[in-house]
Design a protein around this ligand. Sequence first.
Ligand SMILES: Cc1ncc(COP(=O)(O)O)c(C=O)c1O
Length: 360
Amino acid sequence: MILQTKWQLDTPALCLDLDLLEANVQRMAAFLADKPAALRPHTKTHKCPTIAWMQIHAGAIGVTCAKVGEAEVMARAGIRDILIANQVVGEDKIARLMGLAAYSDVMVAIEDLANARALSEAAAARGIALRVLLEVDVGMGRCGVAPGQATLDLAREVCALPGLRFEGLMGYEGHAVMIPDMAERTAAAHRAMGLLVGSRDLLVENGIEVAIVSGGGTGTYAITGAYEGLTEIQAGSYATMDAKYLTIRSEFLPALTVLATVISRPAPDRIVTDAGLKAMTKDFGWPEPFQAPGVTVRGLSEEHGTLDVTDPGVALRPGDKLRFIPNHGCTTINLHDRFHVVRDGALVDVWPILGRGRAQ
Ligand SMILES: Cc1ncc(COP(=O)(O)O)c(C=O)c1O
């Protein structure tokens, strides 16, 4: 059978509305067009080189990745300018990073001198100048060296190491991106970026060139992206969006949905679908039924989604299909092999999610 509409897809199926995806990509590009900061979108969300290339064609300077495996996928798709916004630690990973550096212009986050020395030795042995960004903890309390003097001390050491090219600083304000109140989110992001740009100033005053200052997520792109001194924004979720981000960033559209089939209506007030935890995650909350009034998600088990019917007029029966907006796009996409790409309801393409599961 030749499929013509998304409703004919076997389920559970991850669907991507191409019009909405393109609108999101264009909106971010338009916002940054007159800002000094460029876009280096995080591919940890979509994990798909096709979308990464769409973002680059719209003006992105390269991509951000979370893992070496994700970066390998992007490099194999021909993307050269890649930031791994994570520490690459251990002999095996460093060897893979060196392999990657041979055919891409990869850049990696560092925060620790011993790790920097290990990277330096490996790069120098292969005659590579590996680009590095020093990760600064701007308040999130995850990775990163303390801002200010500690950043300067480490930058001095790193600049003296062979095989490394110090490019600048990165600081992800992850503690700010989801703050619901815009004034509070702005204040938290400004505080974080103040620490990052303040650290840059200290390095520059001490004669260290800082070409790149990188940060920002979907929740803060308009704050961090307009902050004086930022050269790059790492937002990723904006392209596909999810239910969680839609509550605070409604200017972007829900391009990502999971199509499910009703497999049971055991009672008038209960519906069961075939999309459970292996199709949609719940780390940010239950998925939202999309354009399906009168039903709410009661729970997900591995292969079942259980819905409460709140409107007795809901006529859904076994075999009927309905859609959900995942609450967390990044972890949900990682469960699927491909996007079913839809325009005006018609299936127009299938894009492999090549970075899916590349957690190493
Ligand atoms: C290092 C880093 N940069 C940027 C982001 C922004 O991603 P998002 O667009 O999903 O907010 C994240 C999200 O986890 C991140 O870990």
